[in-house]
Design a protein around this ligand. Structure first.
Ligand SMILES: Nc1nc2c(ncn2[C@@H]2O[C@H](COP(=O)(O)OP(=O)(O)OP(=O)(O)O)[C@@H](O)[C@H]2O)c(=O)[nH]1
Ligand SMILES: [Mg+2]
Length: 358
């Protein structure tokens, strides 16, 4: 049964829609949405008046399971809010971690998520200790200094263990990578905002059958396959990976760094942009993607912008997008109708080669 959820997010349509998609992608059912311009009030994140409004709503409604606040909140704010409202309150990062948890299938993805989880927890351990050791929960409910230290040490130890495991996994991949470069096959990777159409294009090109869906973060691990051409010497390797999202905290990018770095080390990076969205959303998502690419020091010269979902956009809108994003020679495709795929494949062959022939 899906978790009955109240969402508190911002009133602008981009964050409102994304907040809802995130909650739904975590397999929760939205019962009510509250919006607020600022979610950084010190006591509850939401303003005190709004917090009371939510409490009253919960009182009058049967079986609400959780409250999601679409922002980064401290443990103290979440604790205060849960206590007032009477249901568990979680923040945006916890929600994203929950989605990751439910989706991760490979050992490496699971380790990466656990690493992100620990990095989310560590700053909160002392904060929670402070809250529970006060007069609020005397006796065994409180976490003494000693317990906090033990917990801290455990988390750090686990974090180091995971990092070692991830390094091992990375080494294994590097070995594959070396073998690939030995056979002189360039690597092209697909990146982009979550739900931009990466896996759908990947499936079309490589005849794979990886899961695609309108939920956010459908793909969490990296897959590489050979993309065949009529002329064998043009064959290349195509990589699909996890999508990006706005307001992603650096530690989450950090946790996925090894897989992302692998795909960003490609000879050519296709940055997919979903053109079916409105201009403002495209803008926000496009700049979020560049934020992540810059954070990971990607050379912009090897990034090629590809506008997706051409089948649901008219020519005028497409022109507007191209002008808005100041794209010189945009590639426009549809993985549903096959529009632009031939041109894209030619571009992939041409642009992924210079390094190889050098
Ligand atoms: N109309 C239309 N829909 C598309 C096209 N390409 C993808 N979609 C839809 O867009 C949604 C997201 O597609 P995915 O391929 O799962 O997107 P993704 O970028 O891999 O998403 P994540 O794995 O979550 O990062 C799905 O519902 C697809 O059916 C297209 O060319 N046209
Ligand atoms: Mg995908």
């Amino acid at each position: 049964m899906s978790t009955k959820t109240i969402l508190v997010t911002y009133p602008d349509s981009f964050r409102l829609e994304e907040g809802k998609s995130l909650v739904e992608s975590a397999d929760c059912k939205i019962v009510k949405v509250f919006t607020q311009k600022y979610l950084n009030h010190s006591q509850y994140g939401v303003g005190a008046g709004k917090a009371e409004e939510i409490r009253d709503f919960v009182k009058g409604e049967e079986g609400i399971d959780q409250l999601v606040v679409d922002e980064h909140l401290t443990s103290k704010q979440l604790h205060n809010l849960s206590k007032l409202v009477g249901v568990e309150a979680i923040d945006r990062e916890r929600l994203i971690l929950n989605i990751f948890y439910s989706r991760a299938t490979t050992t490496e993805a699971k380790l990466q998520i656990e690493l992100a989880e620990i990095q989310y927890e560590i700053p909160r351990v002392r904060e929670i200790a402070k809250m529970t050791s006060g007069n609020e929960r005397p006796g065994k409910g409180g976490m003494g200094e000693y317990t906090v230290d033990v917990k801290f040490r455990d988390l750090k130890r686990r974090m180091n263990f995971i990092r070692e495991k991830l390094v091992e996994a990375k080494k294994k991949r590097e070995l594959y990578h070396q073998q690939r470069t030995r056979i002189q096959m360039p690597v092209v990777s697909l990146v982009g905002y979550t739900s931009s159409g990466k896996t759908t294009l990947f499936n079309l090109l490589t005849k794979e059958n990886k899961e695609t869906s309108s939920s956010l973060f459908t793909t969490l691990s990296t897959t590489t396959r050979v993309l065949k051409f009529n002329d064998e010497k043009n064959d290349l390797l195509l990589t699909d990976t996890v999508g990006f999202i706005s307001r992603l905290p650096p530690y989450m990018i950090d946790a996925f760094k090894s897989t992302l770095e692998e795909s960003l080390a490609a000879d050519l990076i296709l940055l997919l942009v979903d053109s079916s969205e409105d201009l403002q959303n495209i803008d926000m998502k496009y700049s979020s993607c560049w934020d992540v690419l810059k954070e990971l020091h990607v050379d912009s010269a090897k990034v090629l912008i590809v506008m997706t979902k051409h089948d649901v956009v008219d020519a005028q809108k497409m022109n507007e997008i191209v002008q808005h994003l100041k794209l010189a020679d945009p590639l426009t495709i549809s993985s549903k109708t096959g529009y632009g795929i031939h041109k894209l494949k030619n571009a992939m062959v041409k642009m992924s080669r210079p390094k190889m022939s050098a």
